[in-house]
Design a protein around this ligand. Structure first.
Ligand code: AMP
Ligand code: TRP
Length: 335
């Protein structure tokens, strides 16, 4: 439960722009599950963030519920955590507005993700896309999160949140907890199966690069069979010289729940074709019960509604306390 406790607060979110991938699990969701017993965890489906790219409304509605069901199926327990949908808690948008005024145009312009996304969709470089990291800062700072489990691509955004928090605290008085990104040693950047130098992304143009958490076993096996390797025939972790093999070893380690070193030993002397098959099988084995659970949860609409309602109430209570404090400090008149 998230009654006031002395436990360290953790916050993270994923935006429902598509189906989560092996990368979303390895970089973020795996840690979310692992942390919930020890910490006060607050997780959300970041639907406000998702409209920074063009979204069909029916897809957004479906993705939001699918994402929530996937969190639950992976083992996020709404009894232990606060689990909610971002647009259900209006304080996120409200704090983002205030934080906008404590964020420099220049620092937001330096964000790598903004530069990349602007290049990818030059006809939709909207102000929301530019403001995306400030909304993310609001998400994190509302709950006093010390630690934010994310993949490598989000590290810069969490660092910006920390800078904004520090600036606000210096200008007024200590208000926000300074957050830090938390990334796994292996798995913070899972790469594409066809392009092992590039991050695996749920919005990828090449569907063979990317394995979705909802892919069926045949599709998964086919994608791994076609994964790019190299001509060296040794199964060793060497990110610089053997990116394809290192990526596959990392995926195996995450989904078979062994260390990368153990995986290297297990596959010593094994051929590439056999290795790729074993990695695919480990992923299928992990996902089979998760997908079945996800389908079961999705069919239970009233359960999903009750999770969203309880989560929104718990989150709104906590968020409102921070927002009131901020409004007071900046000088808004209270009624
Ligand atoms: P996304 O799926 O892009 O919305 O990201 C959701 C979370 O998963 C974020 O914390 C990302 O940093 C993380 N993530 C996404 N893709 C990958 C990847 N290929 N490798 C590691 N982490 C990732
Ligand atoms: N930007 C994150 C992503 O692309 C999602 C996100 C939104 C987030 N708000 C957050 C992650 C706050 C961590 C903390 O996946």
């Amino acid at each position: 439960m998230t009654e006031p406790t002395a436990k360290k607060v953790i916050f993270s979110a994923v935006k429902p722009t598509g189906i989560p991938t092996l990368g979303s699990y390895a970089g973020a969701l795996k840690n979310w599950v692992a942390m919930q017993d020890e910490y006060d965890c607050i997780y959300c489906v970041a639907d406000l963030h998702s409209i920074t790219v063009a979204m069909v409304p029916a897809d957004l509605r479906k993705n939001t519920l699918d994402m929530l069901a996937m969190y639950l199926a992976l083992g996020i327990d709404p009894e232990k955590c606060t689990l909610f949908v971002q647009s259900h808690v209006s304080a996120h948008a409200e704090l983002a507005w205030v934080l906008n005024c404590y964020t420099q145009f220049g620092e937001a312009k330096r964000m790598t993700q903004f530069k990349e996304k602007s290049k990818k969709a030059p006809d939709n470089v909207n102000v929301g896309l530019f403001d995306y990291p400030v909304l993310m800062a609001a998400d994190i700072l509302l709950y006093g999160a010390e630690c934010v489990p994310v993949g490598q691509d989000q590290k810069q955004h969490v660092e910006l949140a920390r800078n904004i928090a520090q600036r606000f605290n210096n200008r007024y008085s200590p208000t926000f907890v300074l957050p830090e990104p938390f990334m796994p040693k292996y798995g913070a950047k899972i790469c594409g199966l066809q392009n092992p130098d590039k991050k695996m992304s749920k919005s990828d143009d090449n569907p063979h690069d990317c394995v979705y958490l909802t892919d069926d076993a045949d599709t998964i096996m086919r994608k791994f069979k076609a994964a790019v390797t190299d001509s060296d025939a040794s199964i060793k972790y060497d990110r610089a010289n053997k990116p394809g093999i290192s990526n596959l070893l990392t995926i195996y380690s995450v989904f078979a729940k062994v260390s990368v070193e153990q995986a290297e030993k297990e596959f010593a002397g094994c051929g590439y074709a056999q290795f790729k098959k074993r990695v695919g099988e480990a992923v299928c084995e992990f996902l089979r019960p998760v997908q079945a659970e996800c389908r079961r949860i999705l069919a239970d609409k009233s359960y999903l509604q009750s999770v969203m309602k309880t989560g929104a109430e718990k989150a709104a209570y906590l968020a409102r306390k921070t927002l009131s404090k901020v409004y007071r400090k900046v000088g808004f008149v209270q009624i």
